[in-house]
Design a protein around this ligand. Structure first.
Ligand code: AMP
Length: 282
């Protein structure tokens, strides 16, 4: 596996590959890799000729400074995992390589920025767009691979692609959420949970399944209240619990029994904020 730290170096390597008509696949990450990330790399390697992973803890997408400081960093282990997974290239830039000048572009994300992660984490999706914009411009991928675990982020990345004519040909692949045996979605932040918190944390997935199994046409508020109570009983402080239209992410208060829905949860366990979702197809 090649490891590049500088933009000029990875660009000249990838330009050569693109000149040979090889397809480039790209998986952006913030490191502290787990099997969810590795699955993205494996799919990327299977579908494209040159698989590129980036590891960069992007400061501009953290609305909470403490979260940034405490974000886990396990670079030696990450490199080993990527090499074992057959990743061809790791891009490991520092902040000056990504932001030689402070990022100032504002992205028109419309209502996506007012919902859920957008409203709960002001500026978060602008930061995501800043880093993904820069990384796409450097890597020039043919295909990119993101996890459905960050459902709203996938919609934001599609919007970023649609906004920039230079990105029109990038295919966004959205891959299934990889879970622990008890259903907890794998996340770099899970390592910050105590043993006791980790045990309780499966309540998020259990609550998503409860929503899926108990949904009925009509007003959904009582069901959502039940779900929030289940999270609270397990020791979470819910941030939001919602049922939304899967295509638009707009919350649905009264369900017609047909519209495909996604259940979305964000909740704090102590200082650690976890998110997850489950598509509810009828
Ligand atoms: P992160 O490093 O957490 O920013 O995540 C990098 C990519 O991995 C994003 O596209 C995430 O959606 C994806 N990802 C994170 N956790 C999982 C998971 N449990 N299963 C599948 N993909 C994931």
């Amino acid at each position: 596996m090649w490891i590049f730290k500088r933009v000029v170096d990875i660009q000249s390597y990838l330009q050569h590959k693109a000149g040979l008509k090889l397809s480039i696949g790209f998986v952006p990450t913030m490191g502290a890799l787990h099997p969810g990330h590795i699955r993205l790399i494996e799919i990327c390697s299977a579908k494209t000729d040159v698989s590129v992973c980036s590891i960069f803890v992007n400061p501009t997408q953290f609305n909470d400074k403490k979260d940034l400081e405490k974000y886990p960093r396990t670079i030696e282990k990450d490199i080993q995992m990527l090499a074992n997974a057959g990743c061809d290239v790791l891009f490991l830039p520092d902040t000056r390589e990504i932001y030689p000048q402070p990022a100032t572009t504002h992205y028109n994300l419309g209502y996506l920025e007012q919902l859920f992660e957008g409203s709960a984490r002001p500026g978060h999706f602008q930061g995501v767009c800043q880093v993904v914009d820069r990384l796409f411009a450097i890597i020039k991928p043919d295909e990119t691979f993101f996890g459905q675990k960050d459902f709203q982020q996938c919609m934001v990345v599609q919007r970023l692609i649609d906004l920039n004519p230079a990105f029109q040909n990038i295919k966004l692949n959205i891959e299934d959420t990889i879970r622990e045996a008890d259903g907890l979605a794998m996340s770099s932040r899970n390592s910050r949970l105590t043993t006791q918190q980790r045990q309780a944390a499966s309540a998020i997935y259990k609550t998503l399944v409860y929503l899926k199994e108990n949904i009925k046409p009509g007003n959904l508020n009582a069901l959502l209240d039940d779900a929030a109570q289940q999270l609270t009983a397990a020791g979470f402080v819910p941030d939001y619990v919602a049922l939304s239209n899967v295509g638009t992410l707009q919350p649905v208060e009264t369900w017609d029994g047909k519209t495909p829905l996604v259940a979305l949860i964000a909740a704090f366990m102590g200082e650690v904020r976890l998110i997850d979702n489950l598509v509810i197809t009828d």
